[in-house]
Design a protein around this ligand. Structure first.
Ligand SMILES: Nc1nc2c(c(=O)[nH]1)N[C@H]1C(S)=C(S)[C@@H](COP(=O)(O)O)O[C@H]1N2
Ligand SMILES: [Mo]
Length: 299
């Protein structure tokens, strides 16, 4: 991975101040609006976010081990500065986009999203970030592109879980182009107005709130526009259990457990399982993407 900045962006005049201005606006906006009031355009109710403590200590990030407590223990080793994202494939302006330049150009907003893992647990997370579509527009998607492929950093010296072949590294994911361009699809760079912690996928990770959590790939270093459905890590590991689409769907069970309900993380002793919602509650926004598709076949 080369961190050399290739001068491929169109707005060469952006200064670092713009980045800080955006952050100040974000913080001012949150102080004025109150943290929990911006529901991010989702039609479902505005759920109460989980605590910082819960969100940042109960994680899946197999690059740092397979236990829920492993990422918080080991992810401090990850260096995230400098960082760049290579955007390539079917784009007009391919190149290595420096994270700081991306941040200078993007409008950072808060999105409070439900987050549902395929393992049948859920949380509510107040992300900060920008729409993936805006980043794709920077690179200029070409007309033949149909899918977007994503790749996580491969750096086993810092990501100690990569020394074990639990998955075929690097972690890869993919979306159909219309899913990637949907306004709910976020690149998250923060949580609760702070930079996103390493264990949650610093410095930037995908968030697709109507799909199972494993689609929301962390610590992204490459985004490739392509005309073929890209391979995805969990589908490669077990194609019968994990499909390309992986939309949250209470009517399609995992071969080894029910997806009809979910365990609420951080709910305390009285927390009950709650029913899982179709598309994780984002059906009104996204069901048009899947019109006419058999969601049992395309799981
Ligand atoms: N690179 C990478 N991305 C990943 C994972 C992973 O192991 N590696 N785990 C996925 C899974 S299974 C889930 S549930 C979410 C967890 O995100 P969180 O720890 O921020 O809650 O990250 C997803 N993204
Ligand atoms: Mo997950």
């Amino acid at each position: 991975m080369a961190f050399r900045w290739k001068n491929t962006l169109t707005h060469d005049d952006v200064t670092p101040e713009a980045h800080w201005l955006n952050r100040r606006q974000l913080v001012a906006g949150m102080a004025g609006a109150g943290l929990a009031t911006m529901a991010g355009g989702a039609s479902a109710d505005s759920p109460k976010p989980d605590s910082w403590e819960v969100i940042t200590s109960y994680n899946n990030f197999y690059e740092f081990g397979t236990g829920k407590g492993d990422p918080v223990k080991h992810a401090h080793r990850l260096t995230t500065d400098p960082w760049s994202v290579r955007i390539d494939g079917m784009v007009d302006r391919p190149g290595d986009y420096a994270f700081k330049d991306i941040m200078a150009k993007m409008q950072i907003e808060e999105r409070i999203y439900r987050f549902r893992c395929v393992e049948a647990w859920s949380m509510v997370i107040p992300w900060n970030g920008f729409e993936l579509k805006d980043l794709l527009d920077l690179a200029g998607v070409q007309s033949g592109a149909k899918y977007v492929a994503f790749e996580t950093l491969y750096r086993p010296e810092e990501m100690i879980g990569q020394k074990y072949a639990v998955l075929d590294w690097p972690y890869v994911e993919g979306l159909r182009l219309d899913e990637a361009q949907h306004p709910l699809t976020l690149m998250a760079t923060g949580i609760y107005g702070k930079a996103i912690p390493n264990q949650n996928g610093a410095p930037l990770r995908l968030v697709v709130p109507w799909k199972y959590g494993f689609k929301s790939i962390k610590s992204v270093v490459r985004i490739t526009l392509t005309d073929k459905e890209p391979p995805t890590s969990w589908n490669k590991a077990n194609g019968r259990e994990y499909g390309f689409y992986s939309n949250v769907n209470p009517n399609v069970d995992h071969p080894r457990w029910s997806q009809a309900s979910e365990r609420v993380i951080g709910g305390g002793l009285l927390a009950k399982r709650q029913p899982t919602l179709m598309f994780n509650g984002y059906g009104p926004e996204v069901m048009a993407l899947y019109e006419g598709m058999d969601l049992k076949k395309y799981y």
